[in-house]
Design a protein around this ligand. Structure first.
Ligand SMILES: [Zn+2]
Length: 216
C-alpha cells in the first residue's frame, strides 16, 4: 500500500514537472511581411523564443471551454477611428518570416489616425520592441485577456502604465514604428488569452477578426 502511494506521488510530481516545462506562446511581437533581416531581438521578441509550441488557438479550434474563455474579449470596438467592419480583412493566419504566423490583424490607416481602446481595462505595459515599435498592452478588467496595439506613432497625452482605460478612449496614433513599412502605416492589433500568471508577454493568440466584426 505504501509503495503504491509512493508511485502515485512520483507520477504526480512528474506530471507537475511536465506541465511547468510546457512552453507558452511568446507574445509581444508584431511582424510584417517585408523583413530583410531579423533585428537584434528584444527580450520578448519571438525570434529568441524557443521553438513555438503547437499553436493552441481558441478561435481556430472552437470548443465549449475555449468559447467561455474567449467571452470577455467579444464585441470589441474597432481600434482605429473611422474604420468600419467592412474594411477589415482577416490576416490572422497569414504567414510571416521564419515560418511564423501573424496571429493578429493589421488595420491600415493614415499615420496619425487615433487608436482607440477596444474595451474597458487598464494599461499593463508600454513597451518598445524591434518588431512592434511603440506598443501598448492593455488588460481587461478581469485580467484574463490582453489587447496588444503595435507600430504606434506615439501614445496619447497622459497615457501611463496601470492607467484605467475606457472603451473608445484614444490611447495613441497609427504609425509605422518597428518593422512596419514606412509607406504602409497601420495598427497591428492582437488579442491574447493570458496564462495563469497574467504576464503581459505570455499568452495564447485569439483571432481578433470575429471579435471586431461581431455585432455589439
Ligand atoms: Zn501585423
Amino acid at each position: 500500500m505504501r509503495a503504491l502511494l509512493y508511485v502515485a506521488f512520483a507520477l504526480l510530481a512528474v506530471g507537475i514537472a511536465c506541465r511547468r516545462q510546457t512552453p507558452q506562446a511568446q507574445i509581444g511581437h508584431a511582424d510584417d511581411a517585408v523583413i530583410a533581416t531579423e533585428p537584434a531581438a528584444a527580450p520578448f521578441d519571438e525570434s529568441t523564443a524557443p521553438a513555438r509550441p503547437a499553436p493552441v488557438v481558441a478561435a481556430a479550434t472552437p470548443s465549449p471551454a475555449a468559447d467561455a474563455r474567449a467571452a470577455p474579449a467579444a464585441g470589441l470596438l474597432i481600434p482605429v477611428r473611422g474604420v468600419s467592419a467592412q474594411q477589415l480583412r482577416d490576416t490572422f493566419t497569414d504567414a510571416r518570416s521564419s515560418g511564423r504566423v501573424h496571429d493578429a490583424i493589421d488595420i491600415m490607416a493614415a499615420a496619425g489616425t487615433p487608436v482607440l481602446a477596444v474595451a474597458d481595462g487598464s494599461v499593463e505595459k508600454l513597451f518598445a520592441s524591434q518588431r512592434g515599435g511603440i506598443t501598448l498592452y492593455q488588460f481587461n478588467p478581469q485580467r484574463t485577456h490582453a489587447y496588444y496595439y503595435a507600430h504606434l506613432q506615439g501614445y496619447a497625452p497622459g497615457i501611463a502604465e496601470q492607467q484605467v482605460l475606457r472603451r473608445g478612449q484614444v490611447i495613441g496614433y497609427v504609425g509605422a514604428t518597428g518593422n512596419a513599412s514606412a509607406d504602409a502605416p497601420h495598427l497591428h492589433f492582437a488579442v491574447f488569452e493570458l496564462g495563469p500568471e497574467r504576464r503581459w508577454w505570455e499568452g495564447t493568440a485569439i483571432n481578433p477578426y470575429p471579435l471586431l466584426v461581431a455585432p455589439r
